[in-house]
Design a protein around this ligand. Structure first.
Ligand code: NAD
Length: 362
């Protein structure tokens, strides 16, 4: 059997980490038909849009995609392809495991946290009003009239949208995940003390859903306290569920606890479609240098294998990556921050080393 998978190499460091990941996935013995698709600035030149329809059609047909990072212009230019993909395919759950593998340079021990981030709402809904536009003026007038609060005329506005439907389904997803992977606790994060009608709704929905899962502990944390607790004693957390923005920030924080973005995988999951991609971005300054760590993308490949039901291949690949890390010979610069450059290797050499471990575990 061969799996049809849409493969989006992305840009910046994307093509290099994607190629390395494709090689190790194929070395597990699982067969794939890769349907390669190009998104981002390149697609804007060839198709007039950074996210051509054929990509969405390919993913809808195959139900599974493996994706490298895609650059988003800052401040102006096209909107994030990554956000658009999640919204257009309703990939409402972003799963980001943050697990500390032995020998990874870290200040901590025994961390195994899974962040479940809501992926479609919140400040990422994309409902924004630019300073000085008639739409912004209209909204400012409406708010001033209804709430009596003066808003400066030279304001830009971005709306924070949190629905009960969106909150309930992400919390339910977190609980189902916790059950499937024998996790013990779900922590919901929010700022409900200040944002009573958006985060307050998220928290109320989380509390309600939690009652349906009495076998799994529930707790909540205000997001600022959560960041402090994560730095102080991360071992107390298990599954963490968060609205979009806090989930984005906290998952990078957690990536930092377990060795950095080079080892932080991710998955965007909807009811019947899943797109696997690392937490990191396109790191343009390292593009084309065969330098960055492909393990975050490889571990995203491990998540994809598990999603496809290829548990044995997933276990073998995860172990092979963990062995390469613990041997410490064939790892990239980020895994040995104090070592001279001749004691680290490049992206493709990491793939060679992982493949060697896979072959020896046959
Ligand atoms: P980034 O994650 O690309 O890079 C930040 C830093 O993290 C890098 O400079 C590098 O030091 C380190 N890093 C990242 N990946 C690494 C790896 N595999 N190995 C070793 N070190 C690694 O974040 P950024 O610079 O803020 O964003 C660059 C671009 O990527 C932006 O356009 C952003 O919008 C985009 N982005 C895309 C995605 C996505 O495609 N899902 C996610 C995040 C950011």
């Amino acid at each position: 059997m061969s799996y049809n998978v849409t493969l989006i190499p992305g840009d910046g460091i994307g093509p290099e980490v994607t190629e390395a990941t494709k090689r190790v996935l194929e070395a597990t013995g699982v067969a794939f038909n890769w349907e390669v698709a190009y998104a981002g600035a390149g697609a804007l030149n060839t198709h007039g849009t950074p996210l051509p329809d054929y990509i969405l059609e390919s993913i809808r047909k195959n139900k599974v995609a493996l994706k490298g990072p895609v650059t988003t212009p800052v401040g102006s230019g096209f909107r994030s392809v990554n956000v658009a993909l999640r919204q257009r395919l309703d990939l409402y759950a972003c799963v980001r495991p943050c697990k500390l593998y032995p020998s990874v340079p870290s200040l901590y021990k025994d961390i195994d946290i899974v962040i479940i981030r809501e992926n479609t709402e919140d400040l990422y809904a994309g409902i924004e009003f630019e300073k000085g536009t008639p739409e912004a003026a209209k909204l400012i007038k409406l708010i001033t009239e209804t709430k009596g609060d003066a808003i400066r005329a030279d304001s830009g506005l971005s709306l924070k949208i949190i629905s009960e439907t969106g909150s309930r389904r992400i919390v339910r997803f977190a609980y189902e995940y916790a059950r499937a992977y024998q996790r013990k606790k779900v922590t919901a994060i929010h700022k409900a003390n200040i944002l009573k009608f958006s985060d307050g709704l998220f928290l109320a929905s989380a509390r309600e859903v939690a009652q349906e899962y009495p076998d799994i502990e529930f707790e909540d944390r205000v997001v600022d306290n959560m960041t402090m607790q994560l730095v102080k004693r991360p071992q107390q957390f298990d599954v963490v569920v968060a609205p979009n923005l806090y989930g984005d920030i906290v998952s990078d924080l957690c990536a930092g606890l377990v060795g950095g973005l080079g080892v932080a995988p991710g998955a965007n999951i909807g009811d019947d479609i899943a797109v696997f991609e690392p937490t990191h971005g396109s790191a343009p300054k390292y593009a084309g240098q065969n330098k960055v760590n492909p393990m975050a993308m490889m571990l995203s490949g491990v998540l994809m294998l598990r999603h496809l039901g290829e548990t044995k291949a997933a276990d073998r690949l995860e172990k092979a990556i963990a062995r390469v890390i613990s041997e410490g010979k064939n790892v990239t610069y980020d895994m040995k921050p104090d070592a001279p450059s001749d004691q680290t290797v490049g992206t493709s050499q990491v793939a060679d080393a992982v493949i060697e471990k896979l072959e020896s575990s046959k």
